[in-house]
Design a protein around this ligand. Structure first.
Ligand code: ADP
Ligand code: MG
Length: 245
């Protein structure tokens, strides 16, 4: 799959009422690529991410994922979305279901996977995120970092081609950030296509194939992390980096 385009934004614009939130977005992401999106608060990062799975609609242009035009009324979004896992800042686990049940739910409900198979899949991914012993615990019995790892396992259990992460460590206590980034680093190494909004510059430097900098709804700069961090082209990028690093 490497080298194939899997996500494409073609001349995308979006307005919230009068507010022009995404401006002339053109972006091509290859299968297996890890793209980190940086930028100040309010610059449109979450909106861009949410346009990939059409949690937000676009006003103009095209969003194409794995050959499917997502903003086409004829597209079966429920099916297309099965290819796209998403992890949010807040984990949104079901409090009255166990960890394993949380992970089993979507494969059973959406993909009609039989219960026993769903259980095996859930156990596999729980092992993968490093907390197999928490299978029968409830979310409230887990730390924030563990809950976020369950949320990642839940996304993976649908066997998506793409994983989207929107500030997955921003709500965590500092000592728990590392364990979540480690899981993401492993996924990246295994070749998962990932689009990650984060303020974790270490992760961006180490793991990203490409860094995208957004400002006021535009992609202002995009380059390999080495170039981005050592030799940013735009003054606005330099200002952002000087404040955050
Ligand atoms: P970021 O993730 O970079 O912080 P967002 O994509 O969340 O930025 O938001 C970009 C801008 O769009 C912000 O100014 C935000 O207030 C505005 N915005 C986001 N969602 C909505 C919405 N549903 N309605 C109106 N404005 C919105
Ligand atoms: Mg955001």
């Amino acid at each position: 799959m490497e080298g194939c385009t899997i996500i494409q934004f073609r001349q995308v614009n979006k307005w919230f009422g009068d507010f022009h939130v995404l401006k002339d977005i053109n972006l091509t992401i290859q299968a297996g690529e890890v793209v980190v999106i940086l930028g100040p608060s309010g610059s449109g990062k979450s909106t861009l991410l949410r346009c990939i799975n059409q949690l937000e609609t676009v006003s103009e242009g095209e969003v194409i994922v794995d050959g499917v035009k997502m903003n086409d009324p004829k597209t079966n979004l429920n099916k297309a979305r099965q290819e796209i896992g998403m992890v949010f800042q807040h984990f949104h686990l079901y409090p009255h279901k166990t960890v394993l049940e949380n992970i089993m739910l979507a494969p059973m409900k959406v993909k009609k996977v039989p219960e026993e198979e769903a259980r095996k899949i859930a156990e596999f991914y729980l092992q993968k995120v490093g907390i197999p012993e928490k299978a029968n615990a409830y979310p409230s019995q887990l730390s924030g970092g563990q809950q976020q790892r369950v949320a990642i396992a839940r996304g993976l259990a649908m066997k998506p081609k793409i994983m989207l992460f929107d500030e997955p460590t921003s709500a965590l206590d500092p000592e728990m950030i590392g364990e979540v980034l480690d899981v993401m680093r492993t996924l990246a190494k295994e070749g998962m296509t990932m689009v990650v909004v984060t303020h974790e510059m270490g992760f961006a430097r180490e793991v990203a194939d490409r860094v995208i900098f957004m400002d006021e709804g535009r992609i202002l700069e995009e380059s390999e992390p080495e170039t981005f961090f050592n030799n940013p082209k735009e003054e606005r990028t330099r200002q952002f980096l000087s404040r955050i690093l």
